[in-house]
Design a protein around this ligand. Structure first.
Ligand code: AMP
Length: 417
């Protein structure tokens, strides 16, 4: 957290009042860096993931600038456009704008797929100050002439790397091409693959770069432990761990939608309130699951990486990686659900024999070793490992017969063969 106050960053009084009501006492590092530059009108390239406070970092300057007297917005148009890759993230961003901007009297709406169009068309009919949208549905409505982008003055592309992963980058390019040339643009991304770097170069004008590295978040605030466990024992371990009431609000991650359903069903059968959230669920079901988790009605939310990306729930006590992700960056995103904006959190990972390589990749990326809890690696118990364990420990051998090193070495290589 920064020593400065929001007012010292230049944030206006009505916004500061809304922040105080949310108990935001000090800006997070990305807010402290980005807000003054954005208020000056600079374009920005933000390397930051969810959990850093990046939403307020872009929402506050936009709200402040839109709060000044200006041309009224035309029907079907908007002054600020925020693009997000997932429906959940879009809803959350819109909620943040509503929360921070509660004293501003600005009009806003959200356009996303998976729900009916008529309400969104109606909301756009008079025009809005702020529009938060997912790319596919936005393009549909533009093509049907229910939305126009020629009055956009502030444009935010959030989670650009996830847009790329989800195959939205062409849609994003088409949308960017429709925006007026004179505008302030912001691009946020947790990672910077080449395609995102190219997009940033096309989209931003002499941007300032603000970076909050994932390592900082991972290393600084999340306690990370790993359990080496056989695949078949993972469910029992999960139920066992959840006997501890300290695991009060828990996000469990699986690699596939099927596994998310199965783990959630297993928890329910074991008397632990859980919901699953993934791409096969309807928008309403996903929203309901999120609400139940937020309110504490469900203690556990089981999620896949894509569905969970950007989900913002305060007070997640533990993240459990029921399965390790095959991309180490996803691990960083996952554990970012706990330890949000200054809080401390705990991440527990279940690693079976097939996942050791993923664990190594994670430790390489985060530049730290996870603390091993409980059992030794399961591979130690395989017949081959047991055979190896029965063979003499070379270091002991060496100590006992210091004068025959050469022979010992040969013995060892024969044993290994
Ligand atoms: P974000 O990275 O935008 O998804 O924000 C992560 C979480 O941090 C959200 O729950 C915000 O409500 C919270 N948050 C953002 N900024 C602050 C702040 N300055 N102080 C306390 N909490 C904050």
């Amino acid at each position: 957290m920064s020593e400065l106050s929001f007012a010292q960053l230049g944030v206006s009084e009505p916004l500061c009042r809304a922040l105080a009501a949310e108990n935001y006492t000090h800006p997070t590092p990305i807010q402290a860096q980005a807000i003054p530059l954005l208020l000056q009108g600079r374009d920005l390239l933000g390397i930051a993931q969810t959990g850093t406070g990046k939403t307020a970092a872009f929402a506050l300057p936009i709200l402040q600038k839109l709060g000044k007297p200006q041309q009224p917005v035309s029907p079907k148009a908007c002054h600020a456009l925020v693009l997000a890759p997932t429906r959940e993230l879009a809803v959350q961003i819109a909620e943040s704008f509503a929360t921070y901007g509660r004293h501003s009297g600005l009009r806003q709406t959200v356009i996303l797929g998976g729900v009916g169009q008529p309400q969104q068309i109606k909301a756009m009919s008079r025009g809005v100050d702020i529009l938060v949208a997912t790319p596919g549905r936005l393009l549909d409505l533009i093509n049907q002439r229910h939305v126009r982008l020629d009055e956009v003055r502030y444009f935010v592309l959030d989670e650009a790397d996830r847009m790329l992963d989800m195959g939205f980058i062409r849609d994003v390019r088409r949308i960017v091409a429709m925006l007026p040339k004179k505008r302030q643009s912001l691009l946020f991304s947790a990672t910077m693959p080449n395609d995102v770097a190219h997009l940033a170069a096309e989209m931003l004008h002499q941007p300032v770069r603000v970076e909050v590295t994932p390592e900082q978040i991972t290393v600084d605030r999340v306690e990370q432990r790993v359990f080496h466990v056989e695949t078949a024992q993972k469910r029992a371990l999960l139920v066992d761990l959840l006997k501890d009431p300290a695991l009060s609000r828990v996000m469990v991650f699986t690699r596939t939608k099927n596994h998310a359903n199965r783990v959630s069903d297993h928890l329910d059968r074991s008397g632990i309130s859980a919901d699953a959230i993934h791409g096969n669920k309807s928008q309403n079901a996903r929203q309901r699951a999120l609400e139940r988790f937020r309110s504490g009605e469900a203690r556990v939310l089981v999620a896949t990486d894509i569905a969970a990306r950007g989900i913002d729930v305060d007070g997640v006590s533990h993240v459990i990686n029921f399965e390790l992700p095959n991309e180490p960056e996803s691990y960083v995103h996952r554990i970012g659900r706990t330890a949000r904006a200054g809080a401390e959190g705990i991440a527990l990972s279940f690693c079976d024999a097939s996942e050791r390589g993923f664990l190594r990749d994670i430790e390489k990326l985060t530049k730290r070793q996870l603390t091993v809890v409980g059992e030794r690696p399961a591979s130690m118990h395989t017949p081959q490992a047991k055979k190896e364990a029965r063979q003499p420990d070379p270091s002991v051998y060496k100590r006992k017969r210091p004068f025959h090193r050469g022979r010992n070495k040969n013995n060892r290589s024969r044993q290994a063969a």
